[in-house]
Design a protein around this ligand. Structure first.
Ligand SMILES: C[S@@+](CC[C@H](N)C(=O)[O-])C[C@H]1O[C@@H](n2cnc3c(N)ncnc32)[C@H](O)[C@@H]1O
Length: 404
């Protein structure tokens, strides 16, 4: 996702100049009922640094809603006997009762907290409509042709696809899957709005634009060997607690610098595995900012673990709970092996973005003397294409494809 204020920055570069200071971590003293026995031998990660820590007012939240999200985390920590896994923390912070997405935050778009490709304008959806037509033909024009938009947000992609009037429209059964009721409420009536992924087998396409980066993930730190970072509370603030890794984890790099961190994205892997089980014939398309586990380990964590609020980078991920988005680059090596990987720019070119832009330019020129709304929309294709194809921004996203 792009922050609007940052003029479509290269997300892999945006934080290169930001410090890699860590949040306070603590020594574990409590037993962890949810955790394996070996996790009781705890190492200290880095000393607490108040200078780099957010103030307790930020931690506890500036308003009642975010305080409620922080309280939810605290209750979970108490219930787990002193610490929770990082993915449990993210699940509460984003999707819990008072989470960022649950309470209506995380509206992608110009008035929201970040800008995704569908929110740049209708051009992205128009190209996806062309791709859907091509895949429909390849599948022998199935009817129904089921398209699942996984993590659909407010349904902007659905609207643009429908507006583009694809040839497959009469066979198209468009299912927008969105976990947040607040976002589902904005879905257009032309789609079937669902809270969870379908489990029945289907012929068609599952597409997930910037979903995997928003799924809860576990966090590991190399501290003379890999340790898992749990979240504990220390009064008002949340802190990391490092515990030994108790299950073999093949995805953790065998050599990494002291202090290296990686995300382990089990939820993303499970989502892909389940989606592939559901697709009888067709394809799964994941569009996201991707990386590898090894690359994560070799870079400052702030480059691949980011927070956003109101079109700007947010606070530390353990603070402002429920007030900010938490997002992580997607480690492709942790997913099932894909059939094909390309960049968003290459993908959009392959499915005809350039003729659509040319069509827009011509339509604008023909009606420039008396431009109406339709002409303005056509003209905006030029600037939308620049954003969607930007090799330092959205154009560099990965389009990861699995065929069945
Ligand atoms: C970054 S937004 C992307 C929205 C949209 N796809 C776009 O590109 O504008 C990610 C969305 O996925 C939703 N989400 C997260 N986990 C989900 C899940 N397990 N099932 C369905 N939706 C989910 C979030 O609520 C959020 O609306």
């Amino acid at each position: 996702m792009m922050t609007e204020s940052s003029q479509r920055p290269n997300l892999r570069q945006i934080s290169r100049s930001t410090p890699t200071s860590t949040y306070p971590s603590e020594r574990c003293s409590a037993s962890e009922p949810r955790l394996c026995e070996s996790m009781r031998a705890i190492t200290v990660w880095k000393p607490e640094s108040r200078a780099t820590s957010p103030s307790s007012s930020v931690l506890s939240g500036a308003d009642g809603l975010s305080r409620a999200a922080a309280d939810h985390v605290r209750r979970a920590i108490a219930g787990a006997g002193g610490a929770i896994r990082f993915d449990d923390f993210v699940a509460i912070a984003l999707y819990g009762e008072h989470g960022f997405y649950t309470r209506g935050g995380g509206r992608a778009g110009r008035r929201g907290d970040f800008l995704t490709s569908p929110e740049v304008g209708p051009l992205f959806g128009a190209v996806i409509a062309r791709a859907l037509d091509a895949w429909w033909e390849e599948l022998g024009r199935p009817d129904p042709y089921i398209v699942v938009d996984a993590g659909a947000g407010p349904g902007t992609l659905a609207r643009a696809v429908m507006a583009a009037q694809p040839r497959c429209a009469h066979a198209l059964s468009y299912r927008a899957v969105e976990i947040s009721a607040a976002q589902r409420a904005a879905h257009p009536p032309t789609v079937t709005s669902l809270a969870a992924m379908p489990e029945q087998r289907l012929t068609g396409v599952i597409i997930a634009n910037e979903l995997l980066d928003n799924l809860p993930f576990r966090l590991f730190v190399n501290d003379g060997g890999w340790r898992e970072a749990l979240v504990a509370s220390d009064g008002e603030r949340f802190v990391e607690r490092l515990v030994p890794v108790c299950e073999p984890r093949t995805c953790l790099p065998t050599s990494a610098a002291h202090g290296a961190r990686v995300a382990v994205q089990e939820a993303a892997r499970t989502l892909v595995e389940n989606a592939l089980k559901v697709i009888q014939r067709g394809r799964l398309i994941v569009i996201d900012y991707c990386t590898t586990t090894e690359s994560m380990a070799g870079r400052p964590w702030r480059q691949w673990l980011r927070t956003y609020a109101s079109h700007a980078r947010g606070a530390h991920y353990l603070s402002a709970v429920g007030e900010q988005d938490i997002t992580v680059e997607v480690a492709i090596d942790q997913l099932p092996s894909p059939t094909h990987v390309t960049t968003q720019a290459e993908f959009l070119r392959a499915y005809g973005i350039e003729p659509l832009v040319e069509e827009g330019r011509t339509a604008w020129q023909q009606s420039a003397a008396q431009p109406d709304l339709a002409a303005m929309t056509m003209r905006s294709r030029v600037s939308e294409a620049a954003a969607l194809l930007d090799p330092k921004g959205l154009g560099a996203f990965s389009v990861v494809e699995w065929r069945r």
